[in-house]
Design a protein around this ligand. Sequence first.
Ligand code: NDP
Length: 258
Amino acid sequence: MTMENPAKPLHGRVAVVTGASSGIGEASAEHLAALGAKIAVLARRAERLDDLVARIEKNGGTAMAFAADVTDSAAVQRAADQVEAELGGADLLFNNAGVMLPAPIEELRTDQWRQQIDVNVTGLMNVIGAFTPQLVRTAGERGVADLINTSSIGAQNIFPNFAVYSGTKAYVTHLSRHLRVELGPKNVRVAAIEPGIVGTELQGHVTDDGALEWLAGSKETIEWLTPEDIAETVGFIATLPPRVNLQQVVVMPTGQPS
Ligand code: NDP
């Protein structure tokens, strides 16, 4: 495939991107499409997905939108069934939907704990459950498939008041390590990307004053990453020779100390 058209190294591949209505997912969907993959994008905001699909198609790509909540396992499975039927099955899953709601633990924001666990852990698993059979099958047929999960630097470092979010991301990283061992022998590469701060809508959902202040200070002193920086990383992982599996990739803003 790569030999046929070096400008489109993902030609012939089918990529699913969750959390594609903004930020990292949106930029990655566009980048993977530019590299030649057919794209299925999933998030809750249908209009944003429709705009994205229109942009990809305008640039000569192929894309489909699925307005679905990742916490709804039946809706995710319906999307997977349609990807199988219409695009021939996914061989690249960028499992990226997520939410970050920091707050001191003593405030007992159990609603926000639940939302983060539901989306970042249960939602991530719903997507893995729906698409892993396709990844395994297509890897067998096409020689390689990719499962790329979005974790965070929070999976490694300690950020006060980010305990629940960081806990969900530690889950994502450790899960990815385990899945790599299970799926690697079946030609499915598994990677966890752990970004530092990326300027997206993620920070816009934060309600805690202390965290908002910390983020505002950081924005003044550090040049944050852009969603495109992470999209490039996703594209790099997916275009490596099939024998190469980048297991865990930390992408930090140069000026972010930890
Ligand atoms: P955005 O808020 O811009 O994007 C989050 C995406 O997730 C949106 O497309 C949103 O779509 C989707 N999403 C949220 N909840 C659900 C849900 N229940 N069902 C389906 N989709 C959902 O933030 P980012 O692009 O920054 O976030 C992408 C990933 O990157 C997340 O996992 C985040 O934790 C991680 N990350 C981000 C960092 C940063 O600094 N920005 C750093 C490290 C990791 P919609 O609302 O339409 O459903």
